[in-house]
Design a protein around this ligand. Structure first.
Ligand SMILES: CC(C)(COP(=O)(O)OP(=O)(O)OC[C@H]1O[C@@H](n2cnc3c(N)ncnc32)[C@H](O)[C@@H]1OP(=O)(O)O)[C@@H](O)C(=O)NCCC(=O)NCCS
Length: 213
């Protein structure tokens, strides 16, 4: 397990450019015809200089979609920088990518988090379409690229995610993209922010059959 944990840290650190001379690495996004339609651009440690618009854009998207927090919340560029620094860059088990279309448009973000190293499992995290118009199906294609990278390079054997149970649009989106409902969590009364969420799991066998030839 320690070996696998270290494999994950090594990969995520490289993609986050934690080393001073690490190259920027992009994950290509393909459509169903295997044409490249964009790429996943990791939020790197140097995002303030290499992608100065990043925190402002993410803050704008988050303010337009308060549902992702599960409770009302307003963020600023400053608080988003703090979130990116402490909750993404500094965490060994978390990575966030900006979804960039081939024409350069930044569409949204998607990431991985919460590794269960002993099970070679992690969660798809922070899935958000920030730009609503155009680039149809880009979110699904981006999710596929992330899964492909996770299986090939992070050697994942299981992929799960959590979604609030009333988020029908997201649940439908994950269903179309080969996730099934594993269990629904009902909050206990003593929980401070009682919100029901649903755990979904990737149908790995079906996904591989459709996506790896
Ligand atoms: C969940 C979310 C990312 C889905 O994004 P999306 O834009 O619907 O996803 P895509 O870019 O893949 O586009 C989906 C479209 O392609 C269609 N589509 C997807 N797969 C398809 C397929 N195999 N065949 C035909 N059509 C398909 C869908 O029906 C949908 O069409 P519509 O826009 O006319 O409804 C987005 O709704 C979102 O950001 N929601 C707010 C944040 C959120 O709730 N995130 C989830 C947290 S767990």
């Amino acid at each position: 397990m320690r070996e696998y944990r270290s494999l994950i840290k090594t990969h995520l650190d490289k993609f986050k450019s934690m080393g001073r001379f690490d190259y920027l690495k992009l994950i290509p996004i393909y459509n169903n015809q295997k044409e490249m339609v964009g790429y996943l651009r990791p939020v790197t440690k140097d995002y303030r200089t290499s992608m100065p618009e990043c925190a402002g854009l993410v803050a704008k998207w988050h303010n337009e979609h308060p549902e992702i927090f599960g409770h009302p919340m307003t963020v600023t560029e400053q608080t988003t920088q703090e979130w990116l620094d402490t909750s993404i860059i500094e965490r060994d088990d978390r990575i966030l990518f900006i979804i960039v279309a081939i024409d350069g448009a930044k569409i949204g973000h998607i990431g991985l988090s919460s590794f269960r190293y002993d099970q070679r499992c992690c969660e798809v995290d922070s899935v958000l379409r920030g730009e609503q118009s155009g680039h149809k199906r880009m979110m699904g294609f981006a999710l596929n690229s992330l899964i492909d990278w996770g299986i090939k390079y992070l050697k994942l054997e299981d992929i799960e995610l959590k979604v609030t149970s009333d988020n029908k649009q997201a649940i439908d989106f994950y269903r179309i993209n080969h996730f099934y409902i594993l269990k629904a969590h009902k909050p206990h009364e003593h929980e401070t922010s009682p919100k029901s969420y649903t755990v979904m799991k990737l149908h790995m066998h079906r996904w591989k059959k459709e996506n790896i030839s």
